[in-house]
Design a protein around this ligand. Structure first.
Ligand SMILES: O=C[C@H](O)[C@H](O)[C@H](O)COP(=O)(O)O
Length: 242
């Protein structure tokens, strides 16, 4: 018998715990991440506003088209970085979180706005189910590090990444459209499958990647998250700190 709780239940537990802990009456601006786990966080925010009558002045700043739509669909107040450049707390999911709280993000293609919006937040909280927790990157997430690139430069960037760091960087191809995935910002994505056995210094790798002309952002989030809430297989919520 499989007594692990469903992944969605684990995501929901993590999201609810994080929202209840970090979004208080003093929270004026919340950054909203992207992906399937964030859906539960927005549902909890809406429940607090509409059922419990709290957080009346809260403004939500989205990190993607999906996040914007979630905010609107739940009748929450939509903000943006022009009007709300300072965010109290940013809540987002992750594809993988290692023991040093280095994250891989961008499995859903939203990494660039996520990194921008999270950089405007005092506190960044990650919510995830137990399958995202690992000791070292690549242990759980096998699809590589997403890297957002200028469309005209995806071939030379791919070659440079492979020469510099090994592994294989592949253009992400859409499933229900012919051709590549196009991000919310009109760019392409490379998914870089790094070498599992090589020891990488992720901070250095991230800096070096962003120095390649045409690389717009990486899905490596180093030294960004303050805490990560994991919904565990036994129904508990485990909090990992930096
Ligand atoms: O591009 C997508 C974002 O970085 C997501 O936050 C990440 O992929 C995790 O998504 P999910 O909560 O669906 O696992």
């Amino acid at each position: 018998m499989n007594d692990k709780i469903a992944l969605d239940t684990a995501k929901n537990l993590a999201a609810k715990a994080a929202v209840d802990q970090w979004v208080t009456e003093d929270t004026k601006v919340v950054g909203v991440g992207s992906g399937s786990t964030v859906v539960f966080a927005v549902e909890r925010l809406a429940e607090r506003v509409w059922k419990e009558g709290c957080l009346a002045d809260m403004i939500c700043v989205p990190s993607s088209y999906q996040a914007r739509k979630l905010i609107l669909d739940h009748n929450l107040t939509l903000g943006d970085l022009d009007r709300n450049p300072k965010i109290d707390v940013y809540i987002d999911g992750a594809d993988e979180v290692d023991s040093h709280m280095v994250l891989i993000k961008g499995g859903g293609g939203c990494l660039m706005q996520e990194k921008i919006v999270s950089s405007c937040a005092k506190t960044v909280i990650i919510i995830a189910d137990y399958t995202k927790k690992s000791l070292r990157l690549g242990e759980q997430w096998c699809q590589g590090v997403p890297i957002e690139v200028s469309p005209m430069a995806h071939v030379p960037i791919k070659l440079k990444i492979e020469e510099l760091f090994g592994g294989v960087a592949s253009l992400r191809i859409a499933l229900k459209k012919a051709g590549p995935v196009v991000t919310d910002n009109g760019n392409f994505l490379l998914d870089w499958k790094f070498l599992a056995k090589r020891e990488y210094n992720w901070d250095e790798v991230n800096r070096a990647l962003t120095m390649i002309p045409g690389v717009l952002e990486t899905g490596l989030f180093v030294d960004i998250a303050s805490k990560c809430y994991f919904g565990m297989a036994d129904g508990a919520v485990k909090v990992q700190s930096k």
